[in-house]
Design a protein. Structure first.
Length: 243
């Protein structure tokens, strides 16, 4: 055997040895404490945004760890009109691996939880966000996909959107209790084993029936029931249902 042939044979042998080592190298269990760090170490730096993997990186690493993806895409798209913005969309995304392992996730996009550049295309953005959620779920990662993040103050936006409107036309403190308030009081009293008649008459006013309660007073009752339920205030013995 010539020197060139011998060197070539050794190079092939070394290459095969490295491949065999990589294939047989033990990895931590997916249920172990080391698993998250192991998988995160497989991402390129360019695939991380503030430490969170982007969807494209999740696809690549998922195929390294879990095998080839044979099918992926939205299985359900719910697009709704959003009168205050460019639109809102909810997408269910499914990923199927060659082993048969299937995972799906859902994500929604609207102008309150997505940066403006991306919420202009709510369906497409929701699809990518749902795919990222599905892949990180499949990989059992303890982090968000980069597409799930937003620079907006989402909590403040949601509070503003859900705050009750108190214009003169919408709110009349002397108006009768609303159906929603009545149902809430009735349901909570049953759950907390409170006598509803004793409860509504435990304040400064007396009522022969809950329908005589005003909207403003009912708001105070709702607040009191929430405090009872959360343990912030102890339920007075005199209003408890003895049955």
């Amino acid at each position: 055997m010539s020197k060139v042939e011998e060197d070539t044979e050794m190079e092939i042998f070394d290459h095969e040895e490295v491949e065999e080592h990589n294939e047989t190298q033990e990895h931590p269990s997916m249920l172990s404490a080391e698993w998250n760090e192991h998988v995160m170490g497989l991402f390129f730096e360019s695939e991380l945004f503030d430490g969170n993997p982007v969807c494209a990186g999740l696809r690549r690493v998922a195929e390294i760890v879990l095998g080839p993806i044979i099918k992926s895409g939205p299985t359900q798209v719910i697009a709704a009109t959003d009168v205050d913005g460019p639109g809102r969309a909810t997408v269910v995304f499914e990923v199927i691996f060659g082993t048969g392992y299937t995972v799906s996730e859902v994500a929604d996009v609207w102008h309150g939880n997505t940066d403006d550049l991306f919420c202009a295309h709510p369906v497409a953005t929701a699809s990518t966000r749902a795919e990222g959620r599905a892949l990180r779920k499949a990989l059992k990662l303890r982090c968000l996909a980069a597409e799930e993040l937003s620079r907006k103050d989402i909590v403040s936006i949601v509070k503003e959107k859900t705050a009750p409107k108190t214009t003169d036309g919408d709110w009349n403190s002397e108006a009768p209790i609303t159906v929603q308030q009545k149902n809430f009081v009735d349901t909570k009293c049953k759950q907390l084993k409170i006598d509803i008649d004793l409860f509504i008459n435990s304040g400064n006013n007396s009522y022969s029936t809950i329908e005589n309660v005003t909207k403003e007073t009912a708001s105070g009752m709702v607040k009191a029931l929430n405090q009872y339920q959360n343990g912030q205030v102890e339920i007075p013995q005199e209003i408890k249902n003895e049955d």
